[in-house]
Write a protein that binds this ligand. Structure first.
Ligand code: G4P
Length: 531
């Protein structure tokens, strides 16, 4: 069992759209032998269509089931790469996937630097102290100065970075990278794989081979490396694993340059599955009893079948097919006769799985995102917070004879995490919150096709949803009465205030000092750590 755990590396690749996540994923899978040809991973192609083409949405849903988990073996390790959607409107899905990994690789475009989505995704990683390796991509293009990029990474992502490789030139003058760790020189050949003869082991920076190969660029490299080694802090695996220090690699995914090096280092330093917090105690992967949580739910492509696939991350013990497991929220025991694992793009039924693995469970409506399965112990894994959506719209029923279908449909779609559902306390209006417009099209389409319910959305003026708590019931009651119209409950019955602006939140905080406003639904953990 310990051997199985120490072999697993479960991670995700994240980036702002277009930085090269899909390309890098594909190259890693090629190295891992999980796919044979480039172009096999197309799950993010939907983002390239500007209009919301429904067929594309459907196709995206179908494809992303197949690519949700991509397992491959490399250097004796079993690597699970969890896919995250390329489209920014599906960012919530990515946030949740980040709760199921042990580390991430962040891809940054060397021309664009740190972009909006990079910052948001890294915020989630920082909350969970997830170890990060950074891959600065597209070195074959004229990008920004590498030192400037490092500065930007540190300042915008509140993270310490340490380059493990260093680029020699950029764009048309890009010659390759110098590996600061192994002190080897990798020469760039566009379009190819780094082959053995392109890697030159050199005896330090004074080696004349450097001058032969790089000519004028050699002097600049020596200066740069000296600066990094004197000014920067040395690389430490412990600091990386604690999420405090991110090693940085430079390369070009489309040219397959720097990718193998990245993968080699990843397998050397990335953490094996670790312990995870629950509401009652820390669960360690070596424990005998099985436990895991659902971080993603996928609807069936065929609208005649409502069954879904729930993706479960195993946190401890050994999962066995046909064993009885306890669904903690429903207080109910369930047996799974056909749990699936994923190898490359093939899905197959498995008999057992270990911590770090992600398995697909067929579900007929038992699961919500965040649900925990155990061998009987009552505990709930933490770390799947809801963040405030960015767009809020009221759900308006267009066919009163179908109100039941509509209610059921929106309930199930929000269980899948397509959007967040808030119910107004006074008046029972239903508000749907998302991070992008595209979800409203998806919801409307799916309600109509899968639940036979017609709706429209009416935009609401909400700046942000704030989860509200208060130790004084009287003060809470006063606040709720005074602000009744904007008080909602989320799916779990927590109180949420729909704030008009950040100025209003501030002024309410002054007027109601006993009320606490939280940015995520995971306020319970925040409160615990405050105490
Ligand atoms: P994403 O998943 O992060 O959104 O990015 P994706 O891999 O789809 O890459 C976005 C675009 O950047 C693609 O071009 C891809 O070929 C290109 N790209 C990826 N890595 C590199 C690199 O190292 N150098 C250069 N110059 N380009 C790179 P596209 O034209 O949008 O799509 P495609 O038709 O090439 O697939």
């Amino acid at each position: 069992m310990n051997d199985e755990i120490s072999k697993r590396r479960t991670f995700a690749i994240i980036s702002h759209p277009d930085a090269g996540k899909t390309t890098l994923t594909e190259k890693l899978l090629l190295f891992g032998g999980a796919i044979q040809t480039a172009g096999a991973v197309k799950s993010n192609k939907i983002r390239k269509s500007t209009s919301s083409d429904f067929m594309d949405i459907e196709r995206q849903r179908g494809i992303s089931v197949a690519t949700s988990v991509m397992g491959f073996d490399y250097n004796g390790l079993k690597i699970n790469l969890l896919d995250t959607p390329g489209h920014k409107d599906f960012a919530e899905d990515t946030y949740r996937t980040l709760t199921a990994v042990d580390s991430v690789i962040l891809v940054v475009d060397c021309v664009k630097g740190v972009e909006e989505q990079t910052e948001k995704l890294m915020q989630v990683c920082r909350m969970r102290s997830t170890p990060v390796i950074i891959f600065i991509n597209k070195l074959d293009r004229e990008g920004r100065d590498p030192f400037e990029l490092l500065d930007e990474l540190e300042s915008k992502l509140s993270l310490k970075v340490r380059p493990l490789s260093w680029p020699i030139g950029m764009g048309s003058s890009f010659k390759g990278v110098y590996n600061l760790h192994t002190k080897s020189l990798y020469l760039f050949r566009p379009g190819g794989v780094t082959v053995a003869e392109d890697v030159l082991a050199i005896k330090g920076l004074d080696d004349p081979v450097l001058d032969e190969q790089l000519v004028e660029a050699a002097a600049r490299l020596r200066e740069d490396v000296e600066l990094i080694e004197t000014a920067g802090q040395p690389f430490s695996v412990e600091h990386y694993r604690a999420g405090d220090l991110a090693p940085v690699f430079f390369g070009s995914a489309v040219n397959n340059f720097g990718v193998k090096e990245l993968l080699e280092t990843f397998t050397e330093i990335a953490p094996a599955p670790g312990s995870r917090p629950t509401d009652v105690r820390i669960v360690s992967p070596e424990e005998k009893n099985f436990s895991g949580f659902v971080f993603k739910i996928h609807a069936n492509l065929d609208p005649r079948h409502r069954d879904r696939i729930a993706f479960l991350r195993i946190c401890s013990g050994r999962f066995e097919r046909n064993a009885m497991y306890h669904h903690v929220r429903l207080d109910k025991n369930i047996r799974f006769s056909s749990p699936a694992s994923f190898l490359g793009q093939r899905k197959s039924i498995i008999d057992e799985a270990f911590p770090g693995d992600v398995i697909g469970l067929y579900d007929t409506g038992n699961f919500k995102i965040g649900d925990t399965l155990t061998e009987g112990e009552v505990l709930q894994f933490q770390g799947i917070p809801s963040f405030s959506p960015e767009i809020f719209k009221e759900l308006v029923n267009l066919d009163p004879s179908k109100s039941k279908q509509l209610a059921k449909g929106i309930e199930q779609l929000t269980d899948e995490g397509v959007a967040q559902l808030f119910t107004q306390q006074q008046g029972n209006r239903k508000i749907v919150g998302t991070v992008g417009e595209l979800q409203f099209d998806v919801i409307q389409y799916r309600l109509e096709h899968e639940y036979n319910a017609k709706c429209r959305f009416h935009r609401m003026d909400v700046h942000k949803a704030c989860w509200v708590t208060c130790d004084d019931p009287k003060a809470l009651e006063d606040f709720c009465r005074y602000r009744a119209e904007r008080i909602m409950t989320d799916k779990d019955g927590n109180l949420v205030y729909m704030a008009e602006s950040s100025w209003i939140i501030k002024s309410l905080q002054d007027d109601y000092p006993a009320i606490r406003f939280h940015d995520t639904s995971e306020f319970k953990r925040q409160m615990q750590s405050e105490n």
